[in-house]
Design a protein around this ligand. Structure first.
Ligand code: C2E
Ligand code: MG
Ligand code: MG
Length: 403
């Protein structure tokens, strides 16, 4: 019997079919962990090819060839079946299940009704669709933009989650990511050096995590190998960690054991003990936003503003950033006619700058404001003034709440 495999474009399809038949294509599982609590919160299925001599062949040796010849789709669907089968076993055995992500090559975007086939395959096993996540690589997205956006919407509408894989590994596609409504952004391990000690690299990671959160992605950092990397990512508010620091990819039985064991982990649900500094700040901000659904930062010196919370009942057509005096004109127009003068006078830019110079630090006004639904509501608007420590600009933090 041939002990090793020599792949070529001519024989790979045949070898793949035979390997599938003989159970030599195996899904390995790499666990993912909640960055704040360290609890298991998912896994990624990764293909391994078992050679006749029992050794394992890594994806880098066969995936590129399968991609090139178009047979990767056969492998992906087969791995999905294995994952569904494993999840079904867990459910039957009463083992805790977490979402497992499956890699799908860009070639699937050429398949008709990918989302339909995905649903049919998963439903056949009687498992919940939220247990499956579809991982698509960033380079896929760059190639056939509209197809992929449509595919992602279709996949999500069927109840699956979607992750954008390998973000930052190649093409500069931030522009695309901003248009895609996926659930998860996976940061490629190439963006992380051994200990994240490089200042510019740290800034980049922090900004990517921020950018992803602003676009409502949950963030997974891949390839986390050291405690230093983990600590840094936690302070940036990264949601999930995947990497050798916690665990390497493992075979099914070992993974199922891990899930069984993790059932007995006592969930450390004292969030104040486990939170990192930046997630604690996020909690605080959420509390502030609950009280003040509209918060606007303004630079009175430079006549600019930026809205940082926008869950208000009014002014849906007011841009989230722009010229401060336009904002006040816009706000005044939405006030009850009796209050317009008061509002405009209170928040006159030059008058506030002069008052700040005289030592005033807050200004508050209560007005009736018209909502987009045609109803007037009593609103309290308070400006808190401060000086930007770096330059001499006077800033106003405006916090609005309903009375
Ligand atoms: P990927 O989807 O980005 O998967 C993550 C890769 O990073 C895996 O490599 C994983 O073993 C590796 N990794 C995770 N943590 C660490 C770490 O801390 N340090 C280091 N050095 N590596 C880490 P793997 O299993 O070799 O897979 C490589 C790539 O092959 C995958 O990258 C994915 O693009 C592709 N692939 C694997 N299985 C499949 C599959 O079933 N279908 C498709 N289409 N592609 C697959
Ligand atoms: Mg992946
Ligand atoms: Mg990846």
């Amino acid at each position: 019997m041939q002990m090793t495999l020599h792949f070529s474009e001519d024989n790979i399809a045949e070898l793949l079919d035979r390997a599938i038949e003989q159970g030599q294509i195996i899904a390995y599982y790499q666990p993912k962990y909640d960055a704040a609590t360290g609890m298991l919160n998912g896994a990624e299925a990764l293909a391994r090819w078992q050679a006749p001599d029992g050794s394992l062949i890594q994806p880098s040796e066969f995936i590129p060839l399968l991609e090139k010849t178009g047979h990767i789709t056969t492998l992906d669907w087969y791995i999905l079946e294995q994952v569904c089968e494993m999840l079904k076993r867990q459910i039957i055995q009463g083992v805790r299940t977490v979402t497992v992500s499956v890699n799908f090559s860009r070639l699937h975007s050429l398949e008709k009704d990918f989302a339909g086939r995905l649903s049919d395959t998963v439903d056949k096993y009687g498992i919940s669709r939220h247990l499956i996540e579809v991982e698509i690589t960033e380079s896929t997205l760059v190639h056939c933009r509209q197809n992929i956006i449509d595919d992602i919407n279709a996949i999500r509408s069927k109840g699956f989650s979607v992750a954008i894989d390998d973000y930052g590994s190649g093409m500069a596609s931030s522009n695309f990511v901003k248009d895609v409504s996926a659930d998860v952004l996976k940061i490629d391990r190439s963006l992380m050096s051994h200990n994240c000690e490089d200042e510019r690299e740290r800034i980049l990671l922090e900004c990517i995590i921020n950018f992803a959160h602003r676009l409502k992605f949950s963030v997974v950092a891949e390839g986390v190998e050291t405690l230093e990397q983990l600590s840094f990512l936690r302070t940036c508010g990264c949601d999930t960690i995947q990497g050798y620091f916690f665990s390497k990819p493992m075979e099914r039985s070992q993974y199922m054991e891990l899930c069984r064991f993790s059932e007995f982990d006592t969930v450390n649900d004292d969030i104040l003990v486990t939170q990192s500094a930046s997630t604690a700040t996020e909690l605080l901000l959420n509390a502030v936003f609950t009280c003040f659904p509209l918060i606007i930062m303004s630079n009175l010196t430079r006549n600019s503003y930026y809205t940082i919370a926008y869950e208000n009942f009014t002014t849906t057509n007011c841009p989230s950033t722009g010229v401060y005096t336009d904002l006040i004109a816009h706000g005044a127009a939405s006030m009850h006619p009796d209050d317009r003068e008061l509002f405009s006078r209170t928040f006159d830019r030059m008058d506030q700058l002069e008052a700040f110079a005289r030592g005033q630090r807050t200004r508050r006004v209560v007005t009736s404001q018209l909502g987009d639904d045609g109803i007037y509501r009593r609103v309290e608007t308070t400006n808190y003034y401060m000086q930007n420590p770096a330059v001499d600009d006077v800033l106003a933090i405006c916090m609005s709440r309903l009375l």
